[in-house]
Design a protein around this ligand. Structure first.
Ligand SMILES: Nc1nc2c(ncn2[C@@H]2O[C@H](COP(=O)(O)OP(=O)(O)OP(=O)(O)O)[C@@H](O)[C@H]2O)c(=O)[nH]1
Ligand SMILES: [Mg+2]
Length: 405
């Protein structure tokens, strides 16, 4: 993703300068351009000479309103900043035209402080001009809010911030708000602090701008996300941040997920959800048809294996062979904690349930209880365990507090 960056006023120019540094870094480290054009615009000529990375010619460091201010700024009067921008804004438009491969750029980013005069007054006017000239490209603004002490002591700072944010919000596609106060470090001088703050302000943009421009396979993440994806997420009052996840250089073969349960996590969650409440599962985004298809196919597959095993053991095939086992199966599952209404149960619980049923059956034989009592005992187990299940649910519900709204 490529930005044309225009810094307005002292603060905006310094931030644009930092973007020029980021571009140099991207060219040196990754051989890609992320800011093909960076410009600094100010009414104060001496402020422009303090920049380090923006090209030094008058088309990149633009002085506006020279006749009105004699190159000494507007002294926080942002109405004057706006007036000068209306008169001299064409200089900026002309300068943009000089950018090589301008058609490759994806968006404009205009930066300024909200508290000053030049930046806060001119940014709305320049953003509007750029938008009218290049109406197929989004225009973003990056607005730096004043420090707390400035708001407390200078009324003009608060006034400038309010008027500027209002005008900028109307003309730009997205506004990145930066709070100077958040970056203050107690142990450094103001000049150092400003330089550090500016570096921190632009740093999160680096990876965002590299997205989609990357050509090396090493940065695979940057290839999957491109300018279009990023731009779709930037809209209105916008927040930018970044996170980092450490990935080892090598991937050990045993660290790969071979565990079936982990791999099929989505499906197993879907099965639980569907058992709990079909409608809720549908609304949560699970595909009921797919899950049902999986369940029936999987059960069919397991039954196939079980019948082949059974036949090879008893060497006798008859359609009613396993009919009397159904009650045992239900009892084992219910004993293992699965709910007949669906939505709960575990494989381990079911296995323990199966063992339990066979212990009970074996004990009945050892106690010489006639075998026609078997189904009665199994039936009793089902009734008692489902009863306990239902009772604990009722108790749980009655413990929930009700809040009247
Ligand atoms: N983060 C950051 N904030 C700055 C910097 N320079 C000034 N500011 C803040 O910006 C506000 C002052 O605005 P400036 O950008 O200096 O003003 P300007 O747009 O040049 O307007 P005038 O000087 O009034 O013509 C204050 O709130 C400062 O705290 C900077 O380099 N970095
Ligand atoms: Mg200034």
């Amino acid at each position: 993703m490529k930005f044309i960056v225009i810094g307005l006023g002292q603060c905006g120019s310094r931030i644009a300068d930092e973007f020029a540094r980021l571009n140099n870094r991207a060219v040196a480290n990754r051989r890609i351009q992320i800011c093909p054009g960076t410009f600094a615009v100010n009414t104060d000529a001496t402020d422009l000479s303090g920049l380090r990375y923006i090209k030094t010619d008058f088309q990149h460091r633009i002085v506006m309103g020279g006749r009105k201010t004699a190159g000494h700024g507007v002294g926080k009067i942002n109405e004057m900043g706006a007036e000068i921008a209306k008169a001299d804004g064409d200089k900026v438009i002309d300068a943009i035209r000089s950018v090589k491969n301008l058609f490759e750029a994806d968006a404009f980013l205009l930066a300024a402080s909200t508290g000053g005069g030049t930046g806060s007054g001119s940014i709305g006017v320049i953003a509007k001009m750029v938008k009218e000239r290049y109406n197929d490209m989004p225009v973003y603004t990056c607005m730096v809010l004043p420090f707390d002490h400035e708001c407390e002591t200078e009324e003009r700072t608060v006034y400038n911030t309010a008027t500027c944010l209002k005008s900028v919000n109307q003309v730009s596609d997205a506004v990145f708000l930066i709070d100077n106060q958040r970056y203050v470090r107690k142990d450094s001088s103001l000049a150092n602090n400003m330089a550090k703050i500016n570096q921190q302000i632009v740093e999160p943009f680096y990876n965002m701008l590299c997205a989609g421009e990357e050509k090396k396979a090493k940065f695979v993440g940057a290839k999957t996300l491109d300018a279009g994806d990023v731009m779709a997420t930037i809209n209105g009052w916008t927040v930018i941040g970044w996170g980092r996840s450490q990935m080892g250089l090598f991937r050990m073969p045993w660290s790969q997920t071979r565990d079936f349960l982990k791999k099929s996590n989505e499906m197993s969650k879907g099965i639980y959800a569907m058992g709990g409440n079909m409608e809720a599962a549908k609304r949560a985004g699970f595909s009921i048809i797919k899950i049902q298809f999986f369940i029936y196919s999987y059960v069919g597959f397991l039954s196939g294996i079980a019948s082949v095993l059974y036949v090879s053991l008893v060497r006798h095939v008859h359609p009613f062979n396993l009919m009397n086992i159904l009650l045992d199966v239900i009892a084992a599952v219910v004993l293992g904690g699965a709910s007949l209404a669906g939505g709960s149960g575990t494989v381990l619980g079911t296995m323990l349930g199966v063992m339990m049923i066979y212990f009970i059956k074996n004990s009945l034989v050892l106690m010489k209880v006639p075998s026609y009592w078997d189904p009665v005992v199994i039936g009793l187990i089902i009734v008692v365990s489902t009863g306990i299940n239902a009772y604990s649910k009722v108790i749980g519900k009655s413990r929930l507090a009700t809040i009247e709204m």
